[in-house]
Ligand binder design. Sequence first.
Ligand code: FES
Length: 217
Amino acid sequence: MGDKEKAAFSGKLVDVEWDGRLCIHIAECGRAKGELFVGGRKPWGQPDLVSLEEVLDVVARCPSGALTYEVKAQDISEQPDKENTVTVTYNGPYFVRGDLEIENSPDDMPGVAMRAALCRCGQSKNKPFCDNSHEDAGFRDYGAVGEKGDGIASSGGTLAIKQLPDGPLLLSGNITIKNGCGRVAWSGTQVALCRCGASNNKPFCDGSHTAAGFKSQ
Ligand code: FES
């Protein structure tokens, strides 16, 4: 199974799909207790070995949107988190969860409508998604967040994520940002997040992408 391929695991009640274009091997699936995903086993994913509830639970843990499911003969589909959250990870991407509308995301990547790992180091070859290039690039930022934002009156609703050419990610909607330690640090309805890796006020854009010569394509 190549890194950029897709794989499907068919079960009696539910089919599970894995998209290698999005997976950054965080291993929430592989570390989950139970028999759904077992490293080295063929096939790796076996939905019929666990309950339907367990399949839905484990798949929804996937932070990149690489794993998705389709339930058969029942009107069950994954629902987005009730709150839109951006977690600024330690030396890594933004993990974004919620009701996501990521500009120009391909139709055949259904998982990123609810869960996505977005590049913030500037080095991904699969922008806006993280492809783990931050590791080879030696990207360093521990996910501290210094500002608090204006707050939000409610939570949920659509979170629109635009990619400004050669500039930041522009997020609009109800947004809660968690720092690298998990602290709820910022909330508001509009924010420009650095995706070039050069801002001196990460995770927020401070215009450094211009001097850094950041190219988003
Ligand atoms: S943050 Fe992972 S490739 Fe940029």
